[in-house]
Design a protein around this ligand. Sequence first.
Ligand SMILES: *Cc1c(COP(=O)(O)O)cnc(C)c1O
Length: 489
Amino acid sequence: MSISQAKDEAEILHNLKLLELEAAPLEPNANERSCITKAFVAYSEEFLENIETAKAFDANVSASVKIESSCISETGGQLEDLLQELYESVINPGLNPASGGHLGFIPGGGIYSAAWGDYVAAVANSYAGMRLAGPGAVALEHKLIHWMGSLFWTEGHIGGTLCSGGSIANLVAVCTARDATSLKLNEYHRLVIYLSHQTHHCVQKALRIAGLSDINYRYIPTDDFDRMRVDSLEQQILWDLSQGLCPWLVVASAGTTDTGAVDQLKEIGHLARKHKIWYHVDAAYGGFFKLLPEMQILFEGIEMADSIVVDPHKGLFLPYGLGAVLVKDVTLLYKSHYYKAHYLQDAYLNNDAWSPADLSPELTRHFRALRMWIPLKLHGLAPFKSALREKILLARYASFQLQKIPEIELRLEPQLSVVCFRVRSVFGDEKNLHLAEYFRSDGRIFISSTQIEGLTYLRFAILCFRTHLDKIEIALSIVKDFCNKLTNS
Ligand SMILES: *Cc1c(COP(=O)(O)O)cnc(C)c1O
């Protein structure tokens, strides 16, 4: 029905009734809700019941193309058909990130209780952007930010924001660091950023988005442990100062993506402090290993950071869509991200009660704190710590076993839970890509390759909460199998 037909009051009232009826499917009744819930829960249960034996990678991606031709029509369809389509064309093809066999990139999580956080957040549709609208949702986010902040800092006017992931969190940090300088736009060409070739690419991407592509990039060489060389960093800073440039931002990694290397956070921190450089630590991968007392030593000095990025959808095993930027002085984050608008005037209660909308590029946003709060409250920290310890031990075990395979060389002992290795050069660098492909065609385990200093490397990135010893044994057996064929061919 079109609203142009409604001319007088009676007609409007009549049409309103009709429209309400027509829109009724958007508000299913209790019985209908129960049917929908049962179907989706049954579907998820089947997925979880089979997860142990499910492939980590399904190379047949043809089904995913079908979804593009599946039309959105005026009348809805059957839930069963929808679920079938979802499974075949969407969930199944390609990587299965929920599988414990996912050892590629940096694995994410997907713990079950977190899903109910999203469920409640969506049903209640709580407003997590402004304190006035969602004081509880905002307080909950605040609490989580401060809990994470207290992992790294014991003092400071700490604040931060929950983002969709580490890339956006790094972008927010870069913008905050940019706006914390006293430099004007026409002086930006004097800015210098210090990073290494092991810095995650999202930092360069963030700089470009932030309008800082043309500043001076200094890629500091790395040492034998893939860490930024502190002596080279200092020399470079001094040289830049002598040239009248403005050393602005140093980005250290607490767990690089390629090899899991943790930069010398304390030494870099001292240099940053001495020369008044914004100190950013990208701990998107490694940050939550700080929960383990025995790993503290690796993180010494992180408290000198001005900003830190962590990714709860990695190290806390939460579903994709949760990163966090933490800033030691929240007023700087505010300065860079607040906005005042007339239509939001009711929201400005007092200046000390920060609203997430003033600390992030977002206004209306997903109530993502709930999917983190529910698992932490329900399970407590102990199982998270045990799972993190297990990942570190699995990496050590895998590195021991890989060193026993004559065709394989290890890049270095794992510092965290990434094991970086390669088929020895005598067999040809391309054999590493073949091995990655061998894994993909087998499907039980997924690994990804990388390039370091011109050589191809393979990685076991062990961070999925479902990765246990059995999966690592399978991964090792696939490597051995490949190497046997290599030597016997
Ligand atoms: C994963 C990762 C990122 C990017 O985070 P996303 O959540 O994938 O956007 C940034 N830095 C490091 C070190 C990472 O491991």
